[in-house]
Design a protein around this ligand. Structure first.
Ligand SMILES: [Zn+2]
Length: 1009
């Protein structure tokens, strides 16, 4: 059958050319638009002619264009449209020119390089406006408009033939399917008379060809019976900030929604799923009339608001409480606006998934998890893509990977995509890639251009109609909502497991073997996020305490500030992969959050201090769920408290003058626990643990050695660390300026190191009683394409290290035995990391860092990584952070490492008390827990009423029988889910409740007065 398919392609090309006819060019006028438009009314003045051939430019710039025209009279088999051409058709969606079209004052659709046709009614006068965004390209951009006509029947035959041809070319040339399809297509082509397109003879032949292909190919050859199904849902992936800022996202969602809604008018079967309430909120604020249209589509079941989280958030770096709030705020919005209770967490593009998530999702009423990103692994291929994902606590959540991938060609070797093109190759590829075929008969394809590329196109919908008929050798496509797909898949999966006596499962984190630089890039945002999370939690606790005492709780203010935190946890913001403009904006957000929380915390402390019954002294407040003493800085002096401050409470104390139990002589500092000696470069030459009677550092090695590495990853500069970075290391071993320092009850050294154009200043502190060795660090950084690490070669033998994550911890290998172990050459940990052998170990704590690696028993903290794309100024300037080394005898759990890490992150706060007789006691605890392994982390006002929500978790990975004691005044307690829905009443006696918590279990209790 030589050249038959080439000949059919030739016919298809002819039909496409015949179908579209340019009637006339349209003259336009234009006016520059200084900044982002407000409202949807075009300017009245300032219009200038925009003759053919004229161009505009300006990266991230806007222009208004307008034109007036009358469409021709209605004609059978003909549709009219205005075509806008920029010359950038087919370029990258993320940077392309994009326009928003208004027809006679009404927003009708977006217009971008994938959607160039603006559909018009016949016989109508139009004034059209195009609010035009140049995109992130810095070159001249032309814009041409022309009125065109579409021959509908010719277009129909074009798609009938082209889709079948595309499907045929995916089959083996000797297969029955290939032969049958090409034979039918050849017969169709033979019926066509292409000598005079538009003539009666042409249309007569067109009708015959349409009849033939309908009957012989789509009728006789196609079937849906017994075929695998690829469920297709229209989607547009919109990064809420990335190569553009949040104002541009407000435009992208308007264009994307308008385009989808317009196509829905023409394609009644078209269904669309969109995640991220923030995008909906933007649409509601910018174009309320369009938002009403969206609500109607939701009612009709054609538009699916799903996805659960407020934004598609990073899941490596944000705290457990932040994961809960992402879902709480997200579900809250969807429920209030659409009456929808989300059942799916949809995170197609997030850079790894914490092992805490199965429990968090399940306890938030989520029953399915969907992603595709793990297919981007550089090294290993996941053995499952439809499975139960088991988290650290044992909870399992049903998980489905989007398996969209081209069937052949170079794309077939890459990861799967969440921005499918709905091509025949991708539909066959989606089913081909799906691994659990013996368990289920359906795979998932989310299709549509993302990032302002406007979602699905007319072409995708035409392909869908034909592939839904079940072409030979192809799976059958269905337009299906995500929830229906997942519910059906789950039912099949369960039956498949029952039948095979096997259950596909993945235990532990879904670690992405890629984008490992995102644990560290843009360090200021990692800091801003950690500090904001902790300040908001402290503000909530103090506010609730004040509420009990007759004060107020600014629920709206706290909610709004959480929303800012949640926005900035988006999967291109906190990972550090956005442009500078985005981070200028987040600087303001974090400053506002700090100001707000500072005011709340300050005013609540003052209110408490003025309400206590006490003499002159200091009111010390403990914002953590366990009693503690430890270090506290007041009026610039650090003291270690002799007395314990109650959990979530205060004590009024009379502070003694601090005495220092640390001696510093030459390069040696010593307290009752350690003897520490520096070398001339400021590194730790020896660290002797007197209590344990052993050296902390490996013999002959140096601790807190700062190491710089050249960092030019293979791709994705600010996202990536490529493992070859280790081969080029420069040790900061030049002489440092070392001076002794004292501060109240602590003492140590100030160590200043110069490195290239940068200065690193560290205060190394030993305390009188606190077991930490702190490294308070300030770096004035002016290097690019380098990684800076602090290394601790430790004298322990351990094949795994333990890393703090959300509501628990995970272990990861310290070796490279397998490809899976080796791929974890850079990993994240939250507040602490530990390497232990039986009887002894060393923990490394931090107050805003995440990136770590281990090389045997050498533990390294990644302090900075500073690529230049997409932000050439990434990580330049001042960085402040603290990390702490804590050697310990016995197990890290028993040694109190988890509590110590919380204490470093949420220090005691204090305010002065002037002798006062008030109604509040001088010692108080809002809530405490007697189980050492249970961390009570969150105390807040319930979203729905004035009840007190208390969230805790079992932090050791074992079992706990915990008695919680609350302040007087509460009469009832209820066990809740993470969304604060009441599940069970809990017996309460003498202000105490008892909870039995299993391994890493999260529990939420609501106390009511
Ligand atoms: Zn994304």
């Amino acid at each position: 059958m030589s050249f038959i398919h080439e000949r059919i392609q030739q016919t298809c090309d002819q039909l496409l050319e015949i179908a579209h006819k340019t009637l006339t060019p349209i003259e336009m006028e234009y006016t520059p638009c200084e900044s982002y438009k407000k409202g949807n009314t075009p300017p009245v003045e300032g219009w200038m002619p925009f003759p053919a051939g004229m161009r505009v430019r300006g990266m991230d710039a806007h222009y208004w264009f307008r034109c007036a025209l009358r469409t021709p009279a209605a004609k059978e088999n003909t549709a009219y449209y205005l075509r806008f051409i920029t010359g950038y058709e087919g370029h990258w969606d993320a940077t392309n020119p994009q326009g928003l079209i208004y027809a006679n004052g009404r927003m009708i659709q977006g217009c971008d390089t994938n959607h160039t046709e603006v559909w018009l009614e016949p016989d109508t006068d139009y004034t059209l406006h195009n609010y035009f965004y140049i995109g992130m390209i810095d070159t001249w951009v032309p814009l041409e408009a022309s009125l065109c006509a579409l021959d509908l029947k010719t277009e129909k035959l074009y798609y009938d033939m082209q889709v079948a041809l595309d499907a045929a070319l995916l089959q083996h040339p000797n297969s029955d399917e290939y032969v049958a399809l090409l034979t039918a297509l050849e017969q169709t082509a033979n019926l066509l008379d292409l000598r005079d397109p538009g003539s009666d003879a042409y249309y007569t032949s067109l009708d015959a060809a349409l009849d033939y292909i309908e009957t012989e190919l789509y009728g006789k050859l196609c079937t849906v019976e017994g075929k695998p199904i690829v469920n297709c849902i229209g989607h547009t992936h919109i990064d809420v900030e990335w190569l553009w800022d949040r104002d541009q996202t407000r435009e992208k969602i308007q264009r994307s929604f308008a385009t989808a809604a317009t196509l829905m008018e023409k394609y009644p079967e078209y269904k669309f799923m969109l995640s991220q309430p923030e995008l909906y909120r933007y649409l509601k604020e910018e174009a309320p009339e369009k938002y009403e249209e969206l609500k109607q589509l939701v009612k009709e079941g054609r538009w699916e608001p799903e996805g659960a989280m407020y934004v598609e958030s990073d899941c490596n770096l944000i705290s457990g409480e932040s994961l809960v709030r992402q879902i709480l705020h997200g579900k809250d919005f969807f429920r209030k606006e659409f009456g929808v209770d989300c059942k799916i967490l949809f995170l197609p593009d997030v850079f790894g998934y914490s092992a805490a998530m199965p429990q968090i999702l399940t306890k938030s009423g989520i029953r399915h998890f969907v992603t595709s990103k793990i297919s981007w692994n550089e090294t290993n291929t996941m053995p499952v893509d439809c499975f139960l994902w088991q988290g650290i606590d044992g909870t399992e959540i049903f998980t489905n990977f989007i398996t969209t991938q081209a069937y052949t060609g170079p794309e077939a070797k890459r990861g799967t995509t969440y921005v499918g093109m709905n091509s025949a190759a991708e539909i066959k590829g989606t089913w081909n890639k799906f691994l659990q075929k013996e368990y289920a008969n359906r795979a998932l394809n989310t299709y549509g251009h993302g990032d302002g590329g406007g979602g699905p196109t007319k072409k995708m919908l035409e392909y869908q109609r034909r592939m839904a008929k079940g072409l030979p050798g192809m799976p059958v496509t269905r337009m299906e909502t995500l929830l229906n797909h997942l519910d059906d898949l789950r039912a099949e999966f369960d039956a498949g497991c029952h039948k095979t006596h096997r259950t596909p499962k993945w235990v532990g984190e879904l670690y992405l073997e890629y984008h490992r630089g995102t644990y560290t890039s843009i360090a200021k945002n990692k800091r801003g996020n950690r500090k904001s999370e902790l300040m908001l939690q402290l503000a909530e606790t103090l506010s609730y305490t004040d509420l009990l005492a007759g004060g107020s709780y600014d629920a709206q203010g706290i909610y709004d500030n959480w929303t800012k935190v949640l926005h900035n946890q988006f999967h291109d913001i906190i990972p550090g992969s956005s442009i500078k403009k985005v981070y200028d904006h987040t600087d303001q957000d974090y400053a506002q959050i700090a100001e707000y929380c500072g005011n709340v915390i300050g005013s609540k402390l003052t209110a408490i201090a003025s309400g206590v019954s006490a003499g002159d002294g200091i009111l010390v407040y403990n914002g953590l769920g366990f009693p503690r003493s430890g270090a506290m800085t007041l009026n610039g002096v650090t003291r270690e408290l002799a007395e314990e401050i109650p959990a979530f409470g205060w004590k009024v104390i009379t502070p003694a003058e601090p005495s220092c139990g640390v001696t510093v002589e030459g390069l040696t500092a010593e307290n009752k626990r350690y003897q520490l000696t520096l070398d001339s470069a400021g590194r730790i030459a020896s660290l002797y643990d007197k209590a344990a009677g052993r050296n902390v550092l490996k013999a002959g090695s140096l601790g807190n050695e700062l190491q710089a590495f050249e960092d030019f990853p293979r791709a994705y500069d600010n996202w990536e660390i490529s493992d070859y970075y280790k081969q080029k290391m420069w040790v900061l071993d030049g002489d440092a300026e070392i001076t002794p320092v004292t501060d109240g009850s602590r003492a140590g050294f100030r160590i200043v190191k110069r490195y290239m154009h940068s200065t690193i200043t560290q205060h190394l502190w030993l305390y009188s009683a606190v077991p930490r060795i702190d490294f308070e660090t300030e770096i004035d950084w002016h290097e690019h394409h380098q990684i800076l690490k602090a290394a601790f070669p430790l004298d322990v033998l351990a094949s795994t290290a333990t890393y703090d994550i959300q509501f628990g911890h995970v272990t990861r290998p310290t070796h490279e035995n397998t490809s899976w172990d080796k791929a974890k050459f850079e990993v994240y940990g939250h507040k602490w990391v530990d390497i232990s052998e039986p009887g002894y170990g060393i923990s490394l704590l931090n107050d805003c860092k995440y990136g770590h690696n281990t090389e045997g028993s050498t533990l390294k903290l990644t302090m900075l990584k500073c690529g230049t794309y997409p932000n050439p100024e990434a990580d330049q300037g001042i960085h402040r952070f603290t990390y702490s080394l804590v050697p310990h005898m016995g197990d890290f759990r028993a040694a109190g490492i988890i509590r110590e890490a919380y204490s470093l992150n949420q220090p005691l706060v204090a305010t002065e008390v002037v002798s006062n007789v008030g109604s509040l006691p001088n010692t108080y605890s809002l809530i405490s827990c007697d189980a050492p392994g249970v961390i009570v982390e969150t105390v807040k006002k319930a979203e729905a009423d004035e009840g007190m929500i208390v969230r805790m978790y079992e932090s050791f990975g074992g079992r706990a029988n915990a008695v919680l004691t609350v302040a007087p005044g509460f009469t009832k307690a209820y066990l809740c889910d993470l969304m604060e829905n009441v599940l069970d009443a809990l017996p309460m006696e003498d202000s105490k409740i008892t909870l039995n918590l299993h391994n890493f279990e999260i529990a939420t209790v609501k106390f009511v007065r």
